[in-house]
Design a protein around this ligand. Structure first.
Ligand code: 4AD
Length: 426
């Protein structure tokens, strides 16, 4: 008999099965032992009654790795409603006393992250993460986008100097990439439609539940397209991701106690598209006054998110609060053809996007205003010198999206080993 996953054994419902995994829980009675066995797919209760086997199992601690052969049958009182009557038990490794048990502090779990990954909560999040990433790839691949990668070591900033990580590069200062963008735009002249999912680095100096220092960003860049296409694509991408998670990870969402009623509207409804000016009006109606020209802060984004049950697309922010590369609105040079997508339920900005400025002089002016040396960007200006075309793109925060879909309290749980201002180990 060959091994099957616990979920496959449960699907079989009855008869002989062979499974392997880790002791999730063990309850030792006088003449029998109950083990809840865990593998990547599920948990199942196993009962050991044979005298010799009871002696062997009696020595086992949680997280011991074992192989089991036995008969599976329905058992309504068991955690997953099935039980295996164990006929053969092989101990692969008798675990030492596992340091994690109930009610441990957040800090202790973070110090033992390498072990906490085995929890049902983290296992479910990591499965959803895998679905999210493959759904993103699927979305762009279906539309004829090529997967393309940019360098991580960078000679210049793209998203402002305050969040740059400086590293020693053969004795010279370089930065870790904040975004693929500066090296993505040159590639659209070869491939036209590209995307990536890769790490990005931001030296975030504040400790929030939404910021990581090392995050994964899903980014796309497209030639010949503009503002409306980008909004449509961001909306389609998010819808596809949520749909895939609802299709593939129902069980995981249940383990995370995520209310899926909150996710269902995302797939069905259109996302409201609101200009920054209108967002300010809406906020004023809710007694939140924002001075024109100021970026929306967390509490203002949160207020807006409370008013809708889908993500919202906020467009045309003031030029002064946005990145140097965003295209000026030809109808109003004070604002840019850029947008943010704000997630529901206080999960904040999940996408940052824009059509790109193609006027080299404007790009230079914008950089100068930020105190940047425009000379470093000559290679980038070349994209506007040789066959310039309208184009644009966006970046989606992978962990922000996962955090929202899973309903997490903190973005740190959306990635296996989070890196923040105060945490870089294990
Ligand atoms: O809005 P941002 O800064 O956009 C860019 O970097 C563009 N160059 C992307 C592009 O057009 N190709 O970042 C994109 C998204 C944000 O909307 C947010 O979801 C996420 O990345 N993000 C972070 N997520 C977690 N921790 C951080 N420190 C983040 N910074 C940005």
């Amino acid at each position: 008999m060959s091994f099957v996953k616990i979920s496959e054994a449960i699907e079989k419902k009855k008869g002989p099965v062979k499974v392997r995994g880790w002791v999730y829980r063990i309850r030792k009675l006088k003449d029998k032992i109950f083990i809840v066995l865990r593998d990547s797919s599920e948990v199942i209760q196993c009962v050991i009654k044979d005298e010799e086997m009871v002696k062997t199992a009696d020595k086992l601690l949680t997280e011991s790795s074992i192989e089991i052969e036995g008969e599976i049958y329905a058992e309504p009182r068991a955690p997953t409603k099935y039980e295996i009557d164990v006929k053969k038990l092989i101990v692969v490794h008798a675990s030492e006393d596992f340091p994690i048990n109930k009610d441990q502090s957040v800090e202790f779990l973070a110090d033992n992250r390498h072990l906490w990954l085995r929890s049902r909560k983290m296992t479910s999040i990591l499965k959803i993460r895998s679905t999210v990433l493959s759904a993103m790839r699927e979305h762009w691949a279906k539309k004829g986008f090529y997967e393309y990668h940019s360098p991580i070591f960078m000679g210049m900033q793209c998203e402002g100097g305050s969040t740059l990580f400086k590293v020693d590069y053969y004795g010279k200062p370089v930065y870790l990439s904040q975004t693929w963008q500066l090296h993505a735009e040159p590639a659209i002249f070869a491939l036209e439609k590209i995307f990536t999912i890769q790490p990005a680095f931001r030296a975030e100096k504040s400790k929030t539940s939404r910021h990581l220092s090392e995050l994964w960003m899903a980014e796309m860049e497209v030639a010949w397209e503009g503002f409306d296409y980008l909004q449509d694509d961001a909306e389609e991408m998010i819808k596809h991701v949520v749909k895939k998670v609802l299709d593939n990870n129902k069980n995981d969402l249940e383990i995370l106690e995520r209310d899926i009623k909150k996710l269902e509207p995302i797939v069905k409804k259109s996302f409201p598209r609101i200009t920054y000016d209108n967002a300010l009006k809406i906020l004023a109606e809710h007694r939140m006054k924002v001075e024109w020209g100021k970026d929306l802060r967390t509490n203002e984004e949160d207020k807006l998110s409370e008013l809708y049950d889908t993500p919202i697309i906020v467009t045309k922010y003031p030029k002064i609060v946005k990145a140097f590369y965003m295209r000026e609105d030809p109808k109003n040079p004070k604002v840019v053809l850029g947008f943010d997508v704000i997630a529901p339920e206080h999960y904040g900005e999940i996408v940052g996007a824009s059509e790109r400025e193609t006027d080299i002089n404007k790009l230079k002016e914008n950089l100068k205003e930020q105190g940047e040396d425009a000379k470093k960007y000559e290679f980038y200006f070349d994209t506007r010198r040789y066959g310039s075309v309208p184009h644009g793109g966006y970046g989606a925060g992978v962990e922000r999206i996962i955090s929202w879909i899973c309903g997490l309290d903190n973005i740190k749980d959306a990635i296996a080993f989070p890196r923040t201002m105060t945490r870089w180990t294990p």
